[in-house]
Design a protein around this ligand. Structure first.
Ligand code: FME
Ligand code: ZN
Ligand code: ZN
Length: 431
């Protein structure tokens, strides 16, 4: 093969410095340098002649890199390994070292960088695993695709969404997707079979304005505040269900107040003696796939934004909890799914252990693939690691990173070799 040395012989330092190089590319919002990321990733594939690459631009300046490793039977549904290239911004002054330095602490082996967990680790681990499989002459039965997509952190509309709706995507005949998960502080890896859907909602109240000294019924601020009392009561009831252990984090409905808007601004603050005629609040609501959405929508309309209190509401984002067949947007994760069985076994074979499948508490690009009815697992192989995505001092230990490459090597081998007809023919042979 063109990669030179065999997989096992490559020094860990070389693998780690490639990871650091990717982390140092500034793909932070609001001005992610996507072209630099794609250029770097392409440079990583130069020795991998079996990979065909394509740069897709569904939106100008937002390139998506698609790599294809053709299987020996391309008619079988393919495996898609998806990762996003963008990262969230950071506040460098609150970090131990600059977030783009990807500095490695020699005493701990921790690599500190924005994106070290979310999710440049995963993107490059896919590629490293493929590099090793190629080096040892593995030949996939199913085609394996790697997609490096832009804009996940700002909703995925110009990235994974357009990709999933594209003609190219249809031609790829994707049978199963791997996308991001979360770090796990314990020994077991976390794995996600669904996620909560964002319902970003604004509620608005109106009411008569008046002197700041006047007490009267039905001001906009009073109308909104009454709603917020209801919102907060509901929020506490959901949090209590999580705290008591009745449900896991991803199975409760979360609602958080993310902004408040009212009053008359002045150059130095706000007018203090005028009651506003309009008041608005922003709610980040996350809805688990099995939630009673009819009841929730009724609650929003009747308790949080009732017309009786002069209120209206609007969904800025309202992701569907169902796929295109009307089924909840979840991937089967039990013994009835061959992919689930393969995933569990492959992780075990690499010396790891999967925890119970969970609902991802936030959102990922996996929802666009699940919407098409394609099974998708959220999985980032980071055990013994505090959850630091979007946080200060995000880091990943170099040994966890290297271990994750072996885990993906095992998973890709298992998925790409899976022949669903083999079992049938064996059974037929027995009969
Ligand atoms: C609705 S798309 C937003 C995606 C974002 N993803 C990760 O943090 C999130 O807020 O969950
Ligand atoms: Zn992410
Ligand atoms: Zn993120």
């Amino acid at each position: 093969s063109g990669s030179g040395s065999a997989a096992g012989e490559e020094p860990a330092e070389a693998i780690i410095s490639r990871f650091q190089e990717y982390l140092r590319i500034d793909t932070a919002h609001p001005t992610p340098d996507y072209s630099a990321a794609v250029k770097f990733l392409l440079s990583q594939t130069l020795t991998l002649e079996k990979l065909r690459s394509q740069t897709l631009e569904f939106v100008p300046e937002k390139p998506l890199l698609l790599l294809e490793w053709r299987g020996s039977d391309p008619s079988l549904p393919s495996l898609l390994l998806n990762s996003h290239t963008d990262v969230v911004p950071s506040e460098p002054s609150k970090w131990l070292a600059p977030p783009l330095s990807a500095s490695l602490d020699p005493s701990t082996g921790n690599i500190l960088a924005r994106g070290s967990q979310d999710m440049k680790c995963v993107g490059l681990q896919y590629l490293e695993a493929v590099r090793r499989l190629l080096a040892r002459g593995f030949s996939p039965l199913r085609t394996v695709y790697l997609s490096f997509v832009p804009d996940e952190e700002v909703g995925g509309h110009d990235g994974a969404k357009l990709f999933s709706e594209s003609e190219i995507f249809g031609q790829m005949n994707v049978g199963v997707v791997l996308d991001e998960g979360l770090a796990s502080p314990g020994e077991e890896y976390r794995v996600f079979y669904g996620e909560r859907c964002p319902w970003w909602t604004t509620i608005r109240a109106t009411g008569p304005p008046g002197h700041g000294a006047k007490l009267y019924d039905g001001s906009a601020a009073e109308n909104l505040a009454r709603s917020l009392e209801n919102v907060m009561r509901f929020r506490r009831s959901q949090l209590d269900r999580v705290k008591s252990g009745e449900v896991a984090e991803g199975e409760a409905i979360s609602v958080n107040l993310v902004y408040l808007k009212a009053g008359t601004p002045t150059p130095t603050g706000f007018v203090m003696n005028l009651q506003p005629s309009e008041a608005e609040a922003g709610l980040d609501i996350r809805v688990p796939p099995n939630a009673d959405t009819v009841a929730l929508e009724r609650r929003i309309a009747e308790e949080w934004a009732p017309t009786s209190r002069n209120m209206t509401f609007e969904f800025k984002e309202k992701a569907s909890v169902n796929d295109k067949f009307g089924k909840p947007l979840i991937t089967v994760a039990d013994s009835s799914s061959p992919w689930w069985g393969l995933l569990k076994e492959a992780v075990k074979k690499a010396g790891g252990k999967l925890g119970k499948p969970e609902i991802f508490p936030a959102s990922t690009d996996a929802r666009f693939f699940r919407e098409l009815g394609i099974p998708a697992f959220g999985f980032s192989p980071m055990a013994n690691t505090p959850i630091l995505l979007h946080d200060h001092n995000e880091f990943l230990n170099k040994d966890e990173y290297l271990k994750g490459i072996e885990v993906y090597e095992s998973i890709i081998e298992a998925f790409a070799s899976y022949n669903e007809h083999a079992k049938d023919s064996e059974t037929r042979a027995e009969l």
